[in-house]
Write a protein that binds this ligand. Structure first.
Ligand code: URA
Length: 247
């Protein structure tokens, strides 16, 4: 159960304050009954009618998904390719991805029907770390790692990875594996960082988003986030955006 004005605002009908006014003016009906009391609560299944309009309200849902390779991170694809939503046919809600992973990138992707949450997670100021494991062609040198650590200019913005670690090199196959943690959000940022140091990505996987990891999920599997995980992510993002405003 939620306060009626919160439900109305979250459904996008108007602001919470305007909803309070409408309730006081007797313009809100719940299951056919006029409601004028501000403390009144309602739930997702209730029929809410305001000025002749039915309010569409969906319970908020949040998913952690292990995106496979060869899947697009959009809700529809003109070329008929598989989209991440094809893995959510059993979810009767209009959810969408939070940010994007490239067609050939695998790993952790969040999906939700909560627009406010999605915007916060993608906000450049929210500074949530994303950990990528990347396999590249060629042998990456300590000097190239240093070049990434001091920051790289992409789209007029200097990207400072919070951490870059050379994990392994395979001299026979001439490949290297790096872990890169970034909190900025620029398109194709890992591939562009790797290109900047003169290499090419063979495989890219997002292993973590903030404190969330793939855990025991297998490629193509999903799980719901717990209310606590959602709250912690919200708080992380909000505190960063507030700190930035102050500075
Ligand atoms: N950086 C990329 O280059 N691609 C992704 O899919 C994610 C981050």
């Amino acid at each position: 159960m939620e306060r009626l004005q919160k439900i109305i605002a979250e459904a996008g009908y108007c602001s919470r304050r305007k909803a309070e006014e409408l309730i006081k003016q007797g313009k809100v009906f719940v299951n056919g009954k006029k409601v004028c009391e501000l403390g009144t609560k309602a739930s997702f299944g209730d029929q809410i009618l305001i000025e002749g309009k039915l309010i569409e309200y969906q319970e908020k849902e949040y998913y952690l998904f292990y995106k496979p390779r060869g899947v697009v991170t959009t809700t529809k694809d003109d070329k008929g390719r598989k989209t991440v939503l094809d893995f959510f046919d059993d979810v009767g809600k209009r959810i969408y991805p939070v940010g994007r992973l490239d067609y050939d990138t695998t790993g952790l992707l969040l999906l939700t029907n909560d627009g406010e949450f999605a915007n916060l997670m993608m906000h450049p100021k929210s500074k949530i770390d994303k950990l990528y494991v990347v396999k590249v062609k060629g042998i990456v040198t300590p000097n190239e790692v240093k070049k990434l650590k001091v920051g790289v200019k992409l789209d007029d913005k200097v990207i400072y990875p919070s951490r870059v670690k050379l994990k392994r090199i395979d001299k026979k196959k001439m490949t290297s594996i790096l872990e890169i943690t970034i909190h900025d959000g620029v398109n194709h940022e890992v591939k562009r960082l790797i290109k900047y140091i003169g290499h090419e990505v063979i495989k890219l996987k997002r292993e973590a988003f903030g404190f969330l990891t793939l855990g025991s999920l297998k490629s193509g599997e999903k799980r719901k986030l717990t209310p606590k995980e959602v709250k912690v992510l919200y708080n992380m993002a909000v505190s960063e955006t507030i700190n930035k405003k102050k500075n």
